[in-house]
Design a protein around this ligand. Structure first.
Ligand SMILES: O=C(CO)COP(=O)(O)O
Length: 248
């Protein structure tokens, strides 16, 4: 097993040049647990700048990209462009992309396939809404979202991190309990064992995201099937260092 803990900071559409510089300074001071992989999800316009100031122990991710290398797609960026400025990761299928920008499972899958083909690593996000959870459909939804990704990922599971982010826990201060998160992560692993392979199920890292803070990170990190976090609001604050170090 030995899944390396991976913590992502999704800055979303926040920060200006001064603030992103300060965040990077805080991360450089750390100290950050060297056993943890750290990825910062940066607004497109600051990707190259942040890539130029982070130490090589910190990875930089775009928060979205398009599904082809170039062309008449006004306002979009391609995996080739992300790679060109030296970043190696992209976050895809975030619930805000799905709900606000109408991205469906199929489009997310096409983006994942193209990003992987282009040599990027992918944080692929899945998660149910409150309505779906209350209707008892959590597993049905996360399995459907993951199933759409199977052909897109193919044999590239080692380049993929799954982020389970229940939509009702994002930005709400309402964290899933460690048990709720652990249960979904464990059933995802069972599903992957049956639908991908036992090896994929054992080796893929599954992050939890949704109102993770320094105060709740340790308890969540102690769950056997939680292999990291995707952090929104708290990734803009110094407490992100403590979240990275939650397994210490
Ligand atoms: O959406 C998230 C990370 O991608 C979670 O956001 P919050 O940590 O602000 O709830």
């Amino acid at each position: 097993m030995g899944r390396k803990f991976v913590v992502g900071g999704n800055w979303k559409m926040n920060g200006d040049k001064k603030q992103v510089t300060e965040i990077v300074e805080t991360l450089k001071k750390g100290p950050l647990d060297s056993n943890v992989e750290v990825v910062v999800g940066v607004p497109a316009i600051y990707l190259e700048y942040v890539q130029s100031i982070v130490p090589n122990t910190i990875n930089v991710a775009a928060q979205n990209c398009w599904k082809s290398p170039k062309g008449a797609f006004t306002g979009e960026i391609s995996p080739a462009m992300i790679k060109d400025i030296g970043a190696n990761w992209v976050i895809l299928g975030h619930s805000e992309r799905r709900t606000i920008f109408g991205e469906k499972d199929d489009l997310v899958a096409e983006k994942v396939a193209h990003a992987l083909e282009s040599g990027l690593k992918v944080i692929a996000c899945i998660g149910e809404t409150l309505e779906e959870r209350e209707a008892g459909k959590t597993e049905e939804v996360v399995f459907r979202q993951t199933k759409a990704l199977l052909p897109a990922i193919g044999s590239n599971w080692d380049k993929v991190v799954l982020a389970y982010e229940p939509v009702w826990a994002i930005g709400t201060g309402k964290t899933a309990t460690p048990q709720q998160a652990q249960d979904v992560h464990a059933s995802l692993r069972n599903w992957l064992s049956a639908n991908a392979s036992a090896d994929v199920a054992n080796s893929v890292r599954i992050q939890y995201g949704g109102s993770v803070t320094a105060a709740n990170a340790k308890e969540l990190a102690a769950c056997p099937d939680i292999d990291g976090f995707l952090v929104g609001g708290a990734s803009l604050k110094p407490e992100f260092v403590d979240i990275v170090n939650a397994t210490q």
